[in-house]
Design a protein around this ligand. Sequence first.
Ligand code: SAM
Length: 285
Amino acid sequence: MQQPVIAKREVTQYILKRFGISTNKKLGQNFLIDAGVVTSIAQAAELGPEDEVLEIGPGIGTLTQGLLETGAKVTAVELDNRLLPVLSHTLEGYDNFKLVHGDILKTDIKSLFSGSFKVVANLPYYITTPIIMALFEQHLPVTKIVTMVQKEVAERMAAEPGSRAYGALSVAVQYYSKPTICFDVSPRSFIPMPEVESSVIACDVYDELPFLPKDEKLFFKLVKAAFGQRRKTLLNSLCGGGFSKELIKTVLQYNGIEATRRGETLSIAEYVTIADAISMQGGGR
Ligand code: SAM
C-alpha cells in the first residue's frame, strides 16, 4: 500500500484554497491530515482487492485514497456538492473508485452493491448514531464497519453492562456486531481541529445474530424504555415506557430478575429473556 499523499496539512490547505472551499461545520467537516491514521484505518478494515467498500463522507478524498491504495473497490457517498469536482481531481486515475452524490441517510445503500461489503468512514459527528443504526437496522450484507467517531461514542458502543457508558446504543451495536476500539485519534490529526477526542472502532457484524428475540421490535422498545430514565429502577422505567406494571412485575419475578435493578446492569441476554416473556404474554403492544 502506497502512503496516501492527500493526508498532509499543506496539501489539504492547498486543495481547499485552490477550489475556494471553506469547511462547513454543520456538515461535520473535519478533514484528516495524518497519513498514519489513514493507513491504520485501512489496516483495521483488513482491506484487499477482493473487498467492496462503502465510504460515507469522502470529503476531499483523504481517507478514500488510503482505501483505494489497498486495491479495494470503493463507493463513496458525499452530500456536499462543492466536493464533487475536488474528488474528481484528487482521485483522478483510480479506476476502483465510484462517487455517489447524496445524503447517506436517504441513499438506497443496498442498490449500490451486488454482494457483501465493508463500511469505512470518518463519520460526520452530527449524525453518527443515525448512520450507525441505519447500517445495522437495514440488515444490509455488511461484514465489517470501521469508523472514526467521537471517543465517548466509541466507549458507549463497546461498553459492558454495569459501566457508566452502557446504554441503548451499546445494546444495539452489540446485538448486531462485536465492537473493538482500535485506537484514539487526537484533534491535531484534522483540519479544522474538532473540539473532541476521536476513536476508531471496528464492528465485526454477525453473520448469524447470537440473540434471537421472538419479537425484535418489542425487544428494542423494551431496551429504549429501560434506558429512557436511567436513574429509575427497571420496573419504574419500563412502566414509564408504556409497559403494564403488573405484567412487568410478574415477568421479572418469574425470570428471577430483581425489579429494583437499573437498566444499565442488564445484559442483552436478560433483555431478550424479558422481551420474550412479555411477547408470550401478548403484552408488548
Ligand atoms: N473522509 C474525509 C476525511 O477523513 O478527511 C472527510 C470526513 S468529514 C469528518 C465528514 C464528511 O461527511 C464530510 O465530507 C461531509 O461533507 C460529509 N457528510 C456530512 N453529512 C453527510 C451525509 N448526510 N451524507 C453523506 N456525507 C455527509
